[in-house]
Write a protein that binds this ligand. Structure first.
Ligand SMILES: NC(=O)c1ccc[n+]([C@@H]2O[C@H](COP(=O)([O-])OP(=O)(O)OC[C@H]3O[C@@H](n4cnc5c(N)ncnc54)[C@H](O)[C@@H]3O)[C@@H](O)[C@H]2O)c1
Length: 436
């Protein structure tokens, strides 16, 4: 089947190479000329394990191509995916400009029937608005092609995006008609349904809600653990023991039940904000969602304040991890972007290291940071070291060697990955989260 995917970012590019790996004929379209040039040469513009290998293989096999020209990409395609960004506006609502531009462009250029699939995360009702924009454009053209709008939200995790796409827990498809579009979606996903990956069919509105509900729930689990971390600190508890004790109950489960400096990234913060905006817009109270957001802000703030309070004047801080989580170079809403300005404004020196996100970080923080090519180099003569991203290479650090490398003693473990007793034995003053 011929597929067009508009937007070749973390979601669109992974979808494009995975659909081509599954045997479809895929064309990725993006407005970013530099990105498209790189992709045509088999170079991935983002870091994602296994991605570049799959990209090269499918380019060579001729199953995937990339262009900036949507008009050229559309002929013969049966499905067009929109995987464009939906970032938060200042008032927390999702910015849907790119989604509507794409929907209108498809209606403007298609020369036949085509299923329009929203893979971007969009608030409930967006599919209907896309359908209205498409109908209007088709009417202006004086053509009556069928362009049904389907919701097919994406659940991949950056850092695990390829296995998540090739072996999804479920494929959610929201569709408000039972005819041709449904058959096209069934055919599209046959390579996965054949190996027992289930499609969960529902209305388009339910599907749009599932995506926000899933992210809201996971973010809530993190904020729940973070809320308890403060209680642990005040009462002599240890959040690691508390969440372990809770998580072994299979009704609760251990995943996402970890305390740290809070969630970041391109999805949880923006999707929680979009739910808050949706609550305002619809008049439906979503108090758990507001609390999830507030706790996340509070957690980050209070931990960073602890670090600032512990530092001497004009201190040197070793900062480990820049991306919002391990196995990605994505810097969107990364804690490092909040902390670095706080440290620099207070007159401190920042020595930072990240295994893959350093180039992206340099393009955002253009001044004031001393970029280092290893964790130990970042710790050299530091008064304090703070771990912000739990990359594997930081887990195995020799804490005695760290102590010898540093000038001071303070180890701030923003992800609770080290053993406090081991840190103490190494001569370090350990500052975890929720560990009294
Ligand atoms: N990143 C994730 O982990 C993830 C997971 C699930 C869902 N999502 C959702 O998927 C959507 C895309 O997210 P992303 O992280 O891939 O974004 P991204 O910023 O990495 O990629 C978006 C791409 O779209 C391109 N683009 C923007 N406007 C365009 C237009 N008019 N025509 C063609 N291309 C255009 C950009 O140049 C960019 O390459 C968002 O709604 C996001 O919430 C993201």
């Amino acid at each position: 089947m011929k597929i067009v995917i508009i937007g070749t970012g973390y979601v669109g590019l992974v979808s494009a190479v995975c659909f081509s790996e599954l045997g479809h004929d895929v064309c990725g379209v993006d407005i970013d000329e530099e990105k498209v040039k790189k992709l045509q040469q088999g170079i991935s513009p983002i870091y994602e394990p296994e991605l570049e290998e799959l990209l090269k293989r499918n380019l060579e096999a001729g199953r995937v191509t990339f262009t900036t020209n949507l008009e050229e990409a559309l002929p013969d395609a049966q499905v067009v995916f929109s995987a464009v960004p939906t970032p938060p506006n200042k008032d927390f609502s999702a910015d849907l400009k790119a989604v509507f531009i794409v929907a209108e462009s498809v209606a403007k250029y298609t020369e036949g029937d085509i299923v329009f699939v929203n893979k971007s995360t969009v608030p409930v009702g967006t599919g209907t608005k896309c359908e209205e924009a498409i109908t209007k454009t088709l009417k202006e053209r004086g053509v009556d092609f069928k362009i049904p709008v389907v919701s097919n939200p994406e659940f991949l995790r950056e850092g695990h995006a390829i296995p998540d796409t090739m072996q999804p827990d479920r494929i959610v498809v929201g569709i408000n008609e039972n005819g041709w579009a449904r058959k096209v979606m069934e055919e599209l996903y046959v390579p996965l349904t054949r190996v027992s990956k289930p499609i969960v069919w529902m209305s388009r509105e339910s599907s749009e809600i599932v995506k926000y509900a899933s992210n809201g729930f996971l973010a809530n689990k993190i904020s729940f653990a973070n809320m308890l971390s403060e209680l642990c600190e005040a009462t002599g508890g240890n959040i690691r023991d508390v969440t372990k004790g809770m998580g072994m109950d299979d009704r609760i489960g251990p995943r996402f039940l970890h305390s740290g400096i809070g969630y970041g990234g391109s999805c949880f913060p923006k999707d929680v904000k979009a739910l808050i905006a949706l609550s305002r817009e619809t008049g439906v109270d979503l108090p758990l969602i507001q609390a999830t957001h507030d706790i996340n802000q509070h957690q980050r703030k209070r931990y960073f304040q602890k670090l600032l309070d512990a530092l001497p004047k004009n201190a040197t801080v070793g900062l480990w991890g820049l991306s919002f989580k391990p196995r990605t170079d994505d810097m969107r809403e990364a804690p490092s972007l909040d902390l670095i300005p706080l440290l620099l404004d207070a007159g401190h020196t920042v020595q930072a290291h990240d295994p893959v996100a350093m180039e992206n970080a340099k393009s955002i923080i253009t001044d004031g940071v001393d970029w280092k090519d290893s964790a130990m180099a970042a710790a050299e003569n530091a008064d304090a070291v703070i771990l912000l991203t739990e990359w594997d290479e930081f887990r195995g650090i020799d804490l005695s060697r760290l102590k010898l490398t540093m000038k001071g003693n303070d180890l701030f473990d923003g992800r609770n990955i080290y053993d406090p007793a081991e840190a103490k034995e190494a001569g370090l003053t350990y500052h975890g989260i929720g560990i009294s």
